[in-house]
Design a binder for this molecule. Structure first.
Ligand code: GLC
Length: 845
């Protein structure tokens, strides 16, 4: 059976392009793997394997009753050790809203020093005061934000907020499970569950049974699990109060979210220790703020990375890249980045160029730069087994590749045939790997794309569990830490790029991930398919990625596997324009899907939406800055902003993009209207300015995806540009929608790290509306205050202000107390005026 989305003919077209060696090594791999499994899996070659996984059926061993509560002495000052028959449970107050829970077996030698790649090494955790109460039945820990109780017999944990509202209750205890551990929580009636990284399901994951094991499915149908990411962090809503749970274990784990028992959440790790973070709210943004304080936040991307990206497997040779660039500009389709897939390399050897197809990369890249494009190249982890090839020779000589227990490097086939796989858990390997980017940067590449880093191994799925890793000097076998391979590859790449370009933001994209990946890379949702089901799925997947700390993400617009068509591309481009990462990418052997591939009217529709993306860049850049500051996703489920409105809990065919916009994508062929739910408050139709609220039926002709604006918002737009090199714009457009609300606009140079030294500017707008909208008979008054902090000069000369949907044409508009010249567009019901540096705008009659 070909993987989902591919026709046998398409697969054949792809396989035909592979070198014979790739096919030969792939067919041989099962045999080699059998040899490895049976003869190389113990330290002395020739023995039988000792590290086989999985173990046979294992039973839960509960912790047992708590018999003692220890503090002081050898127990760190922010910890409480609860001693039970079968082990010790340590509760550690990390912050007032963050409690870490660790478990060790009875008889083991104390807790191991904490080590996790997920955690942000830069985070600081000053001690926080807490109260401890050890009564005969229950131990209680109380901070200013959380109360954690541990009933002693049987041991059961619960979490409350400071007001005593239950957030999370124990289900069936916690304890050990073979070489791993388990933990349970009770799920309340109607409690939705979100997050868990990249899951090919609806937004609300309640009722699912999920696995944490990074895998390359070779394109995936909706419902396939697991796929490329494992982020064992979830957030849920209990009576409108949010809390989060982060199960930090990089091995294989299973989460049952009410699938087997509707009221029980269970987590089972096959190996390793139980380390769970209990994170308080009260809102989802608060949980995400704590979670991303713990695991880090995305770096601010360069502005160009938020523009439109055009990709295909593969634009090659050079003439095709040049023709693509010329076509984008000729057709006036704005674009900032062109991606080079695997065919730019010499026989798929990473960090090389195929000089027969790309004879002069610096010249080509300079040509792209002249036209305002950036170039992004793919880098896979597998280093071709090929004596004489520099990365191979050096990596092998320095012992940098993942090893079998007998000390020999593991080899497995990927694109070039057999490869060795760098051990990114070794700091020396990471330093070496980072340096390999130097010639690529010097040639002129601007960004990179780490792929196949689960890691994928053809006809073997991934690396065997008994491979040995350095694990930063601690030693670990692959099966116990599999899910951090892609994270560590992204880290090695990002750290190298930061060293090589200390004052530039070089974006990195990753396919595989574990918790904390947002510190290093943005993510795309891998090999989706050109189907309507995948267009819809992309929304819920990105919403859950955002709720897992990965704010900068997006699916392949138009779909990767299979053939797209004009209508699907038009609708997907509309959606892509309002997702954080906007890249059109498709597989070899499929129909071309550039914005013009299907002729008119699709080309004009795609152009218009890509233009809109560019108009929205000041707004989108601000949303990216918010994510970088606080972990708030750029693309948000309605439940994040309206947590007490149960109707939003499973709503994933519409979403919020930034603070002001609500998008309602069209997910079915032929659909020209759709139902939209506008939660509490007033909203405006982005296209007509019409006020609306509640349940509505929105018109969605092919050229228009319904978009709404929250009342009281100021949406900053730029004029259309062909690429972000045409920045700054001459003027910034401020679109103001009546109501009460606050908006922000963040600005800096868009590419360097000068913002970290204060070269930035934050503008706050507060809108107030009084008058007919609030039933005052005396006319209306709309006031907007603008306050600016920071010294950065954004470079435009003035603002074009658009006052939308005022209750009636204002008799006068004052800017800082002086009457302004205005024009009134009766059809759009919009007042327009120009202003320089202003602080107060008043419109009324
Ligand atoms: C993988 C990637 C895909 C890429 C292809 C060739 O399938 O997910 O995006 O185009 O490899 O490199």
């Amino acid at each position: 059976m070909p993987p989902q989305g591919w026709s046998p003919a398409q697969l054949f077209k792809i396989v035909r392009t592979f070198p014979v060696r790739t096919i030969f090594d792939s067919l041989l791999h099962p045999l080699r793997r059998w040899y490895y499994d049976n003869w190389c899996a113990t330290p002395a070659a020739g023995g039988r394997p000792v590290l086989r996984r999985p173990f046979g059926p294992v039973a839960n061993e509960p912790l047992g009753d708590i018999v003692a509560c220890h503090t002081g002495g050898l127990v760190p000052s922010n910890c409480v050790d609860l001693v039970a028959a079968n082990g010790v449970l340590r509760l550690e107050v990390v912050a007032a809203g963050l409690i870490r829970l660790r478990l060790r077996r009875a008889g083991s030698d104390g807790f191991m020093p904490l080590f996790s790649y997920a955690l942000d090494p830069g985070a600081e955790w000053p001690p926080v005061p807490f109260d401890l109460d050890d009564s005969p039945q229950v131990v209680t820990i109380r901070t200013t934000e959380l109360v954690c109780t541990a009933v002693k017999s049987p041991c059961r944990l619960a979490l409350y907020d400071a007001a005593g509202r239950l957030l999370s209750d124990d289900g069936a205890g916690l304890g050990f499970r073979g070489p791993g551990a388990f933990c349970t929580r009770r799920l309340a009636e109607g409690e939705p569950v979100y997050g868990l990284g990249e899951k090919a399901f609806d937004l609300n994951l309640r009722g699912r049974s999920l696995e944490m094991w990074n895998s390359d499915p070779g394109s995936y149908p909706p419902g396939r699990d697991p796929i490329y990411h494992s982020i064992p962090f979830l957030v849920s809503l209990h009576d409108g109060q949010a809390h989060g749970l982060f199960f930090d274990n990089p091995g294989r784990a299973h989460l049952d979210l009410g699938h087997t028992r509707p009221d029980l959440l269970s987590y089972e790790a096959d190996t390793g220790e139980l380390c769970v973070y209990l994170i308080g709210g009260p809102g989802i943004p608060d949980v995400l703020e704590s979670y991303t304080r713990l695991t880090g936040r995305m770096p601010l991307p360069p502005r160009w990375a938020l523009g439109y990206h055009q990709s295909r497997w593969s634009y090659s040779p050079e003439a095709e890249v040049r023709a693509l660039a010329a076509e984008l500009r000729r057709r006036r389709i704005p674009c900032d980045a062109i991606h080079l897939d695997i065919d730019h390399m010499d026989g798929f050897r990473i960090f090389t160029w195929d000089l027969s197809r790309f004879p002069d990369p610096p010249r080509l890249l300079a040509h792209l730069h002249e036209q305002g494009f950036h170039a992004v190249a793919i880098v896979d982890p597998g280093v071709k087994v090929d004596p004489g090839y520099a990365a191979h020779d050096e990596g092998l000589a320095r012992g940098f590749f993942c090893k079998l227990p007998n000390g020999r490097p593991f080899r497995g086939p990927v694109w070039p045939g057999d490869c060795y796989f760098p051990d990114f858990t070794d700091p020396a390997v990471r330093a070496w790997w980072g340096e390999l980017y130097r010639p690529l940067l010097e040639a002129g590449l601007d960004g990179f794309w780490n792929d196949m880093n689960e890691p994928a191994v053809f006809l073997g799925q991934t690396m065997p569990p008994y491979l040995v890793h350095d694990y930063d000097g601690r030693g670990a076998c692959h099966g116990d830490i599999h899910n951090v391979y892609g994270l560590q590859m992204a880290r090695a790449s990002a750290e190298g790029l930061r060293r090589l370009r200390p004052n530039e933001r070089v974006p990195l994209i990753t396919r595989s991930a574990y918790a904390g990946v947002q510190r290093h890379a943005l993510a795309w949702t891998g090999d989706n398919c050109s189907t309507w089901a995948h267009l819809r799925l992309g929304v819920s997947m990105c919403l859950n990625l955002g709720l897992s700390g990965v704010a900068f993400c997006g699916p392949d617009t138009g779909g990767f596997a299979g053939d797209c068509d004009g209508e699907l591309l038009a609708r997907w481009t509309q959606l892509g324009a309002l997702t954080p990462f906007f890249r059109n990418h498709s597989a070899a052997g499929t129909r071309p899907q550039e914005p013009w591939a299907f002729g008119e009217p699709y080309e004009s529709i795609c152009r218009r939406w890509i233009e809109l993306r560019y108009e929205l860049l000041p707004y989108i850049y601000t949303a990216a800055w918010q994510a970088a500051q606080t972990g708030l996703p750029m693309m948000r489920p309605l439940a994040l902003a309206f947590p007490t409105d149960r109707r939003t809990y499973s709503l994933d065919d519409q979403f919020l993009f930034g603070d002001a916009l609500l998008a309602a994508p069209v997910g079915y062929p032929g659909q020209t209207r759709r139902r939209v739910y506008l939660p509490a408050g007033a909203w405006y139709n982005f296209w007509s300015g019409e006020a609306c609220s509640g349940d509505i039926e929105a018109g969605a002709p092919l050229e228009r995806m319904p978009v709404f604006v929250r009342a009281g918002s100021v949406v900053p737009l730029a004029p259309v540009v062909q690429h972000t090199g045409e920045w700054p714009p001459p003027a910034l457009h401020l679109h103001i929608y009546p109501g009460d609300g606050e908006s922000r606009l963040y600005e800096d140079d868009g590419h360097s790290l000068a913002y970290q030294a204060g070269e930035s500017r934050l503008t706050r707008f507060t809108c107030e509306l009084s008058g007919p909208a609030s039933r005052r008979p005396s006319g209306f008054k709309m006031t907007v205050h603008r306050t600016v902090s920071g010294s950065f000069d954004p470079g435009y000369s003035h603002f074009d202000i658009h006052l939308h949907a005022l209750p009636e044409p204002p008799r006068q508009v004052l800017i800082d107390g002086r009457p302004a010249d205005t024009t009134f567009d009766a059809e759009q019901n919009t007042v327009r005026l120009a202003a320089g540096d202003w602080t107060r705008l008043e419109a009324g009659n």
